[in-house]
Design a protein. Structure first.
Lengths: 253, 76
């Protein structure tokens, strides 16, 4: 049987979500951002919320997400996405409002906004991409950089005496009264991606039901920042990030 | 039970040659090009053993650039 016959007579098993447009993504080869973008587009489509979703894009590599997914977007100042999301959700409560932030944006400059928005129990979803490094600016040490991990600003490895300890923002979020669903996921394999998609769907559903804030972390790779090929980055993440940032649901009420 | 045939179509201009699809493929049906590159200069994914494809869509699910479409046909 030829390829043409299979395409003509067969069924489509997987295709790019129609909500994603044809703009080529600016991310480095193998970047986890792309997979999370796909999941967001697929989940919004499944929920039928194409016309009723508003995303807040961050400062960082993820800033151009508004170029790739055809829903309404608003760009926030660095770290201020949860504050903007709060305003949008309060003005338009029937919309699905979510922020998409990296670890520098969410756990670095915007920790204050993140924690207070979650503590107020705003009905928003915060999608937090944790790749343990500042990818966009050239691989500097982030609050989430692991102990001993080498970056351009800690070339001998992160030292707790000098640089402190990696921040577990998801654990902090789980402690807050305002949060309803807190989860940590990853997107390095087919099984992990399927699980992450379910978690994302659940988070969006919970926020639309008005049960409180949802916080979902994606442990991700940064091949360029870590200076590894994508395959090796995934392996490095499994070996080094997962023991510290343990996957699973931390809170589901 | 009929044999399952799969086919992958790659948007080669969108592909960045990250190799994650090749690692994810359970039947080694796809590989990166050795000598050919796209307009951006990246080697791209193509099906070297189309008969081996079972249409499981693992490659498409892990693709960060959403450049793979997968078709499946069950032979009765």
């Amino acid at each position: 049987m030829t390829k043409e016959e299979i395409i003509e007579k067969g069924t489509v098993v997987y295709q790019k979500a129609p909500l994603m447009n044809d703009n080529p993504m600016h991310y480095c080869p193998g970047c986890s951002h792309g997979v999370v973008h796909k999941l967001i587009a697929e989940v919004i489509q499944e929920m039928g919320m194409e016309e009723k979703s508003i995303g807040i894009s961050p400062v960082g590599c993820g800033v151009f997400i508004y170029n790739y997914i055809d829903i309404d977007w608003q760009e926030a100042a660095h770290g201020r996405a949860p504050a903007l999301a709060t305003a949008i959700k309060r003005l338009l409560p029937d919309r699905l409002v979510f922020t998409y932030q990296g670890d520098g944006d969410c756990a670095g400059i915007g920790t204050n906004e993140t924690i207070h928005a979650l503590n107020r129990g705003e009905n928003i979803v915060i999608i937090y991409i944790n790749n343990a490094i500042y990818g966009m600016t050239g691989g500097q040490m982030a609050p989430t950089t692991l102990l001993g991990q080498k970056t351009v600003t800690c070339p001998y490895g992160r030292e707790p005496k000098l640089n402190g300890f990696p921040l577990k923002l998801t654990e902090i979020a789980a402690q807050l009264e305002g949060t309803s669903y807190v989860s940590r996921q990853s997107v390095q394999s087919v099984a992990a991606i399927r699980k992450a998609k379910k978690a994302l769907r659940h988070a969006f559903d919970v926020s639309m039901q008005g049960k409180g804030s949802c916080f979902i972390e994606f442990v991700s790779t940064c091949s360029s920042g870590w200076k590894m090929i994508p395959e090796k980055s995934n392996k490095w993440m499994e070996e080094n990030m997962f023991p510290y940032y343990q996957l699973g649901d931390l809170k589901d009420e | 039970m009929g044999k399952i045939h799969g086919a992958v179509v790659v948007d080669t201009e969108r592909c960045k040659g990250c190799n994650l699809c090749v690692v994810a493929c359970p039947t080694n049906a796809i590989e990166l090009t050795q000598t050919e590159v796209n307009h951006k200069g990246y080697p791209f994914c193509h099906d070297v053993r189309p008969d081996a494809c079972i249409g499981c869509a693992s490659c498409a699910i892990v693709c960060p650039d959403a450049c793979i479409t997968v078709y499946k046909l069950k032979e009765e």
